[in-house]
Design a binder for this molecule. Structure first.
Ligand SMILES: Cc1ncc(COP(=O)(O)O)c(C=O)c1O
Length: 475
């Protein structure tokens, strides 16, 4: 009779796992009662048409879990009362039917925001925010990874040569980005977003005021809101974020001065100095997110705002997602000296630890010159792609879109003519195979502008031309 209750299928789950779970369910539901003797493994195997090993494995597993008692040479006997089991565990089957979870207020709000944006699984032109992973020197990177893994035995468990990457990075940031940094101030994290989470956890109390750019990077508002901050979006003008003169300075200001996200605007020196003046009394912190400041095409990269700060009030955040590939999952934070030790402990508490193998591989990638070589090559390539996208948009859609040519970065904004809303246009474009993002979706309050955020770095010129042709036929 037991074989009639079992239904085994050829599937990925495997016969052993299926037989075990079906027998377990028969016992747990009370259909095979306590004291019931199961058939011998030889007999059950024959009746089910499976190997004896399969049945022996299932019996041993159920005995280990306490569902049956089995002793050598005897048929197994059911050891639990299914009805009691249901009362204790509240379930008669292995499938879990749970009540609607009561989420925290923070988690309840997560799905109401437009971030992170749900893109389709496959990357499509002209999705913004991506570097070209096809151009990444994967063979060289693989060699660095291999050497890091092999060298792990020599380095010893847990003894990440952290300073090697921090020192290489400090040297790069000081010489190429004008940051004031020692290796001790650098914290390697799994992403720039992790750096924002860490800063928020260390500094923000519920109700603290935080200013962010509007439109701006939604991940920043999300990180500070998660700590209970009152986040206010501050508008932009040609010089970048406005300093809101006459208003009480907040606890923290988040900004992307080298290349404002998403407009690409560069914050003027006068504006930078004004913001540093706001932070000087010692109550306001500034977070400078230099997520793609490496990519400047029309002039030398602008030195970081953090390098102008003599009072230790500025955090400098960076990521390898754009310079290398988003899959690398490494970002970093240059912390003000007074906060380094607190942040290091907080990092362990929150668990924002980056893999030591990858850190070691990256240290080697930088030390051997591959990082700067890749950066130089990508700067040339992305500049040509930016120019190509701008030309194509002007040629094919000039009357309909006006393009703000960014001096750097990996994406640009094409503004729609007055009266046209961007979300409807984005929907049509996505359906036609061109992925873009609505500028209005990056607004904190009432959107002031409508436009399309278009990525150019990740796409070859032929792909860009084809995408713009599709846009012309859709819009
Ligand atoms: C302005 C800005 N900062 C930070 C990030 C996130 O970088 P990461 O992937 O390292 O978290 C992004 C990602 O698009 C971004 O646009």
């Amino acid at each position: 009779m037991i074989p009639a209750l079992i239904d085994l299928k050829r599937s990925d789950e495997g016969l052993m796992a299926q037989l075990t779970s079906q027998l377990r369910e028969l016992i747990a539901s009370g259909r095979l009662g306590k004291g019931r003797m199961l058939p011998s493994s030889r007999r059950l195997a024959r009746d089910l048409g499976v190997s004896r090993n399969t049945v022996t494995y299932a019996f041993e597993q159920l005995a280990a879990e306490g569902y049956v008692e089995a002793s050598h040479g005897r048929r197994p006997v059911v050891a639990v009362d299914g009805h009691e089991h249901i009362e204790r565990t509240g379930t008669a089957t292995s499938s879990v039917r749970s009540a609607r979870p009561r989420l925290s207020p923070w988690a309840s709000g997560l799905k109401q925001t437009d971030w992170p944006m749900s893109y389709q699984a496959q990357l499509k032109p002209l999705r913004p925010g991506h570097a070209d992973f096809r151009e990444f020197p994967n063979e060289v990177w693989a060699r660095c990874l291999r050497r890091s893994a092999v060298g792990a035995a020599k380095r010893g468990l847990g003894s990440v040569n952290r300073t090697r990457l921090c020192e290489a990075l400090a040297h790069y940031l000081v010489t190429s980005r004008g940051v004031r940094a020692t290796a001790e101030q650098i914290m390697i994290l799994p992403s720039a977003q992790a750096a924002l989470t860490l800063i928020a956890a260390a500094l923000i109390s519920p109700g603290d005021d935080v200013w962010v750019e509007d439109p701006g990077y939604p991940g920043a508002a999300a990180a500070f809101r998660a700590s209970g901050a009152r986040v206010t979006g501050i508008g932009l003008d040609e010089q970048g974020m406005q300093p809101m003169r006459g208003r009480a300075a907040p606890k923290l200001i988040f900004m992307t001065p080298s290349h404002q996200h998403p407009t690409g605007r560069l914050m003027s020196l006068a504006r930078r100095t004004e913001f540093l003046g706001l932070s000087r009394p010692g109550k306001t912190w500034i977070v400078e997110d230099d997520y793609d400041g490496e990519f400047h095409y029309d002039s030398r990269p602008v030195p970081a705002l953090q390098g102008l700060d003599a009072h230790g009030r500025v955090f400098y955040v960076g990521t390898f997602s754009k310079v290398m590939t988003s899959d690398i999952r490494l970002g970093y934070l240059v912390a003000p000296p007074a906060l380094v030790s607190t942040l290091e402990i907080a990092q362990r508490h929150i668990g924002l630890i980056a893999s030591s193998h990858i850190q070691e591989a990256l240290a080697e990638f930088i030390a051997d010159g591959h990082f700067l070589a890749h950066l130089r090559r990508m700067r040339r390539l992305y500049r040509a792609r930016r120019d190509h996208l701008v030309e194509e948009l002007e040629r094919q859609l000039g009357g309909m879109l006006s393009v703000e040519v960014p001096p750097g970065g990996i994406q640009l904004i094409a503004r729609l003519q007055r009266g046209r809303t961007d979300r409807a246009a984005v929907k049509r474009l996505v359906a036609a195979g061109v992925e873009t993002r609505a500028l209005s979706s990056l607004a904190l309050g009432q959107p002031r502008d409508h436009g399309l955020l278009l990525g150019f770095a990740a796409w070859r010129e032929s792909e860009i031309s084809a995408a713009v042709r599709t846009m012309a036929s859709c819009l």
